[in-house]
Design a protein around this ligand. Sequence first.
Ligand code: ADP
Ligand code: ZN
Length: 215
Amino acid sequence: MRLILLGAPGAGKGTVAKLLTQLDGSVQISTGDILRGAVQAGTELGRKAEVFMKAGDLVPDDLIMGIMEKRLRESDCAKGFLLDGFPRTIPQAEALKTILALLGVQLDGVANIEVPRQEILDRLTTRRTCVNTQCQAIYNVRSQPPKVEGICDQCGSPVVQRDDETEAAISHRLDIYNEKTTPLVDFYRQEGLLLTITAPTSEGVVNAIRERIAG
Ligand code: ADP
Ligand code: ZN
């Protein structure tokens, strides 16, 4: 399946993407994971992106498009891809449209996962992420803690609160989302691709997406 997952930070895009990849072999492409990997590896991209990420700001469109143009051409995308955290601005959405046309690929849909703001704030302040860039498993200290506190079940690395998941940074990221990313809802509605999903759990979101997209 070829899908864009749209939704505020904490809406569950990453969790939903991971569940969907297990169903049909599509790859999850998370710009956030790619960027955090680059920061940890200390690459030039990582050094450029880090300042923006720490502040909870968006990384400039040209850096993001450089990453995505390359990534979408890789052969594992042939089975389908789930875009998690991209596009996040209208220029990114326009650029994506051009790349997909060039590759001769059509999207099945754009799932907009709607979650109330208070629920988002609760989820993000309790979210914990595995520091291993190959793993990046997601936990929640309340609803889904690791079996051993602070240690990843999957790979044994430390599980921590992300730098950009302090209360102030979260609230800033939500404002940025409302300003820069919400316009994509209308953009994709006009393209006839929008699926509005309001299910309260990630499993519910996955089922709602499967009901509305065949294959
Ligand atoms: P979340 O969805 O929880 O906010 P992500 O892991 O998707 O977190 O992204 C973390 C940070 O990486 C963002 O706050 C932003 O700085 C940067 N980032 C990720 N994807 C993009 C993108 N498509 N455009 C610009 N910046 C991005
Ligand atoms: Zn891990």
